[in-house]
Design a protein around this ligand. Sequence first.
Ligand code: PLP
Length: 380
Amino acid sequence: MSCLFPTYARWEVPVERAKGTYIYDTSGKAYLDFTSGIAVCNLGHCPDEVKKAIQHQLEKVWHVSNLFQIPLQEQVAQLLVHHSVGDAVFFANSGAEANEAAIKLARKYTGNHKIITFYQSFHGRTYATLSATGQKKVQEGFGPLAPTFVHLPYNNVSAIESLQDDDIAAIMVEVVQGEGGVVPGEQAFLNAIADKCRELNALLIIDEVQTGIGRTGKKFAYEHVGIEPDIITLAKGLGSGFPVGAMIGKKHLIETFHAGSHGSTFGGNPLAMAAALATIKVIFDESFLQDVTQKGDYFIRQLADSLHDVPFVREIRGVGLMIGIECSGEVQPLITALREKGLLVLSAGPNVLRLLPPLTVSVEEIDMALDIISTTLIAS
Ligand code: PLP
């Protein structure tokens, strides 16, 4: 009997090792991994650059507390600031923690209380981020939730325009809802949010935990839509599989997070920083990102071509290498069938197949996945 809490519906894949786009099980069977540890292994499994950086750091120092200067934190922060609209970084260990920091900062800075988020959003599983999340199934049984989180319909401009309240600290939004079904935010909706934040003196928090670090073909997904967040949150892809989260904020917010106001024992750990530095040095490169865009466009085009006659498929959508195939029924049986044929994919809600290959995936690997997906869905 397992000694673990059964919080995860685990797959029958006894993982032995992984490299690049492949996971190998203990019998030697190879799986094309189009889950990337849920948008984490953006450089594929065990990327050499990151491995070397962690190994190098392992020989120097693993952990000192944040009472010390940690030069690697400064280096990662400088790169994140240089490549974003932000001016300062707080390091955490996960997406939920990065969002917690954002929520706390927004409340303290504005003196207001309400945080507006959206139905089907996902922001984490701590009490504040669980309360921010717009999915009942994630919240069930955990009430009472933290007060003053208000949920509005996603992609609904009039819900934003009619918002009138002088107690709003922030609007927090994913540019592409990930767990909620790979749903891109419409330009008019995101513009309305940015305008409303300015009108109400509320902060705009963009949750880039899933969309950030090159996943959509830009360093950050907000770049696609030309809006300027006050706060950006990151995790997943930032450390290539080493746990790390980050909150990037604009200049006017810096003084609010003064010494003693917020903290984390492990946040910005030197090993995590070595992994993050090596990761973003590769990904924050225009030609790398262009390649992601081209492969994503190719993948979506080919999927549309090969699946257009399949009645079970409703819509294919996505940005960069964050792709959803919305179906007319439950996708779990398909996920199992694909896995048996050697392709690992995810769901996003009950009816959407979610494809998150490593950003380093080759066109040949995309073609192999296309073949497995089309034969399986055509037979469904
Ligand atoms: N925000 C978004 C958009 C996410 O997709 C997730 C995780 O899936 C989180 C926050 C929570 O991140 P973590 O699981 O690292 O706490």
